[in-house]
Design a binder for this molecule. Structure first.
Ligand code: BDR
Ligand code: CA
Length: 312
């Protein structure tokens, strides 16, 4: 039976890759895609979720949940990397949707409808998940697993010297989720920074004549350019696609059970993730943290996933 997942995303080009992999994978049933503010504003993130689904036209339409900005504001965004619309300036048109529920309501509804069976794949700031936990005090015990792209153990930050983007955007929400009584996997920069998509791999993507191929070939080129111009990289990071590969193929990663928390008020360290690695502390571990990755096998898995999306 396919594994039920909710994708909580802030698209973002790498979120879009992960969504593309998930929507066509027979091992997954994507019951909802909920938008969260992060790479782009709440409004744009919601539009992008809708636009991505309309462009890809998957066999089964997931529910959509609308984003709302974090309660304490959001520091910055990633439009400088992903384009003004977050999707490589593709500016996909979207149909006007009525009655889109808030993301946290959709999360609560779907978890309640399938207790213990839902994996929430969190690929953006953790705002919606913290709100869902606050909205329904029993929710933590009903969520199967939360699979989070975010944080950093030894890799340093990417948005500040200490903090990773998703956690830094809404550190209070991240702390709530980290401290919740849920089963969690964290896919930090330590592994996602190791996997880059190269120009040669871009050329291996599905052809323009397919819906998925045309979509990918519209959103990615801008991102390759910004990675070169701003970061001096000959390729692009695809953090969220790596996290999706980790969900589908955990055997390609090494995991450690650790106690993790989030700094919410540091002068230089707001949004930094802190792990207790002192000996004898494993018994209190609150999450599994991925620490090593088989880079070539993960890239292969990602490309296969994107090709599967084009076979439909
Ligand atoms: C994370 O932040 C965003 O830039 C990406 O979409 C990814 O989820 C990486 O730090
Ligand atoms: Ca993201």
């Amino acid at each position: 039976m396919a594994r039920k997942v909710i994708l909580d995303v802030d698209p973002g080009v790498d979120d879009a890759l992960a969504i593309c992999m998930a929507l066509f994978d027979p091992r997954l049933e994507v019951v909802a895609v909920t938008a969260t503010a992060g790479n782009v504003s709440a409004e744009q993130a919601t539009r992008n979720v809708q636009g991505i689904i309309e462009q890809l036209d998957p066999p089964r339409l997931p529910r959509i949940g609308a984003a709302k900005e974090p309660d304490f504001g959001r520091e910055g965004d990633n439009r400088h990397l992903y384009g003004a619309d977050g999707l490589g300036n593709a500016h996909f048109p979207v149909a006007e949707l009525h009655h889109v529920h808030p993301a946290e309501k959709v999360i609560c509804d779907e978890v309640r409808a399938a207790p213990d069976a839902i994996t929430i794949v969190a690929l953006g700031p953790l705002t919606n998940i913290a709100r869902a936990l606050a909205r329904d005090s029993e929710l933590a015990s009903l969520i199967g697993r939360i699979h989070i792209m975010g944080g950093s153990m030894r890799a340093g930050g990417n948005v500040t010297p200490a903090a990773e983007f998703n956690i830094h955007c809404d550190p209070a929400a991240a702390r709530t989720v980290f401290r919740s009584a849920t089963t969690k996997t964290l896919v930090p920069l330590d592994v996602t920074n190791q996997v880059m998509m190269t120009y040669a791999q871009f050329d291996e993507l599905p052809p323009e004549s397919t819906k998925a191929g045309s979509f990918l070939r519209r959103i990615l080129p801008h991102c390759f350019r910004t990675h070169r111009a701003e970061l001096g990289l000959e390729g692009m990071w695809i953090h969220d696609a790596v996290a999706m590969a980790a969900l589908l193929h955990p055997e390609l990663f090494h995991a450690e059970a650790l106690t993790g928390d989030v700094e919410t008020r540091g002068e230089l360290t707001t949004g930094a993730t802190v792990f207790d690695r002192r000996s004898g502390r494993k018994a209190h571990a609150n999450m599994e943290v991925l620490t090593e990755v088989d880079v070539a096998a993960v890239m292969d898995c990602i490309l296969r996933g994107l090709h599967a999306a084009a076979k439909r």
